[in-house]
Design a protein around this ligand. Sequence first.
Ligand SMILES: Nc1ncnc2c1ncn2[C@@H]1O[C@H](COP(=O)(O)OP(=O)(O)O)[C@@H](O)[C@H]1O
Ligand SMILES: [Mg+2]
Length: 231
Amino acid sequence: MLEVNGIHTYYGTSHILFGISFEVKEGEAVCLLGRNGAGKTTAFRSIIGLTPPKSGSIKFKGNEIIGKPPYRIARMGIGYVPDTRRIFPDLTVRQNILVARREKETAAWNLERIYSLFPKLKDLDTHMGNQLSGGEQQMLTVARTLMTNPELLLLDEPGEGLAPLVIQSMKEQLGEIKKLGVTMLICEHNVGLATALSDRGYVIDKGTIRYHGTIVELQKNEEVRKKYLMV
Ligand SMILES: Nc1ncnc2c1ncn2[C@@H]1O[C@H](COP(=O)(O)OP(=O)(O)O)[C@@H](O)[C@H]1O
Ligand SMILES: [Mg+2]
């Protein structure tokens, strides 16, 4: 579904990603693990088109997407949940969700399905965005992104800053979304939420992929975890 091949990404003259490659197959959940500053968010920004790579290739369902504007990439079927959450503080929960609604009435996701997946959001229906806790905001961001009916969901540190109990329920809900057939790429700086959900993982350090393997292999590989991850 996603093939990232040898991308080099810069912020101005700062060279951040040094020819990284990874892939996500349909139905898989894959994680990109690495310490803070390793280049995870930059990899996601490269995919969604916010910081397009200067060279390399990114194919989504076989089509090259480097050079396309972010809104076109999103419409092709990639949903991006940024680490900043960016919900609308002065809209209600319902409005925050409906703002992402597409024209297609036949779309798989609608308010009813979202509320059955996230009953907590249903309870908060009329609450304003700025009244929500961090965990509720994170749920709302995922819910809003699902309304765009993504085939591939990019989740940037979905558990960051959340209490352990909230992370647990986030993990369960993301697991449900995966079961519904949504392919996922999740990044995280520690071995936690993302690894629990993923089938395979890549380890990134200083803009270079240092390791990839199944989650079971990664969990057994103490050397890689000690060297490149916060464990
Ligand atoms: N807007 C920016 N301008 C310049 N450098 C940036 C910018 N955003 C991130 N960086 C740098 O790029 C590197 C990778 O950052 P990032 O992709 O955010 O890492 P991660 O998400 O893995 O923590 C870091 O050295 C960071 O300082
Ligand atoms: Mg980041």
